[in-house]
Design a protein. Structure first.
Length: 327
């Protein structure tokens, strides 16, 4: 088994996760310095208290809505209350979200009396305690990237230039239609040399958190699957980075860690839409999303100029699913 692939611990439960933690990943668990991820499932009416500790977090509804109470634990910091409308599924809509700074206590409440809520708390260690803030779904840019069977949707809710109320944490969501490839061409953001002999402009640790929809194209389950590739080039050992050569099958709720190296493609099996949440942070003084393509495959980008995007993208918006276009 790959040390970078963290399969869902509750995979034996066909009915899906019960109440509690679906994913609990700290920087210590990952074996690095910055990024972490918690995913919680809250029963109807349930409340859960979470400490952010030395990390800033996004509060990102995956299913259902949330009442969020953010309490600053340092002297003089006040309590703020936020309501997140959320969404039915990551495959149905872009969601609103919240940011909460380090040294805070979060009280999360599922206001529904009928349905389970799921929420992701991507995080990064940081030094400054910023105040809570609300991100409306209507303000989240949705980008269609790539062309042909490399077309995918990128939901840029927490990236530099869109959301600048963060010190380290960078996040976005990817939706890949069934049968398509994303995170392609393979790319890296580490300290190894780039093809032209220069170091990459940014170093980031990265987490991929996967959701895979079932036959109805909306409801996540572990029947569907996809694939994730991570590997190193000859320049990585020269930079003191361990060799990697990973191709893993991913299913709903699985996590893949990318400490360094080229990553991609991420491939959605025919019939099964793929979602993943990207969580990134690193030692740089400024948040950045820069990357370097694998020089063996970077030429592929130029072919997209003459290739139409997949008309299934974008799949979602702040208003819900996007009606399918025709060519």
């Amino acid at each position: 088994m790959s040390a970078l692939h963290r399969p869902y611990a509750g995979a034996a439960m066909p009915e899906g996760p019960g109440e509690g933690a679906v994913v609990e990943l700290t920087p210590q668990d990952a074996g690095w310095e910055w990024t972490g991820l918690t995913v919680l499932s809250l029963a109807p009416g349930a409340r859960r208290t979470v400490s952010t500790g030395p990390s800033e977090v996004f509060v990102l509804p995956l299913a259902g809505g949330l009442e969020v109470e953010a309490r600053g634990t340092a002297a003089g910091r006040t309590t703020q209350e936020l309501t997140l409308a959320g969404r039915d599924s990551v495959f149905t809509a872009v969601t609103d979200f919240a940011y909460v700074g380090r040294d805070s206590e979060l009280v999360l409440t599922n206001p529904s009396s009928e349905r389970v809520a799921e929420v992701a708390l991507p995080s990064s260690r940081c030094t400054r305690a910023l105040p809570p803030a609300y991100g409306p779904a209507a303000d989240v840019p949705v980008e269609v990237r790539g062309a042909g069977n490399a077309t995918r949707q990128v939901t840029n809710f927490g990236v530099p230039g869109v959301w600048d109320h963060a010190e380290k944490l960078v996040c976005c969501e990817l939706l890949t239609p069934p049968g398509n490839w994303s995170s392609y061409p393979p790319h890296k953001h580490d300290r190894s040399a780039a093809p032209e002999g220069q170091e990459c402009p940014v170093v980031n640790e990265e987490i991929y958190y996967y959701r895979i929809a079932g036959e109805d194209q909306v409801t996540p389950d572990r029947t569907g699957f996809g694939y994730h590739r991570t590997y190193t080039g000859p320049e990585h050992p020269e930079a003191g980075l361990a060799p990697l050569d990973e191709l893993v099958e991913v299913r709903d709720h699985d996590v893949v860690l990318v400490p360094h190296g080229y990553h991609g493609p991420c491939i959605a099996a025919p019939g099964y839409p793929m979602y993943y949440l990207n969580v990134m942070a690193g030692p740089g003084q400024e948040r950045a999303l820069a990357f370097c393509d694998d020089p063996a495959h970077g030429w592929v980008r130029a072919t997209w100029d003459d290739l139409a995007p997949d008309p299934r993208c974008p799949l979602t918006s702040a208003h819900g699913p996007v009606p399918r276009r025709t060519r």
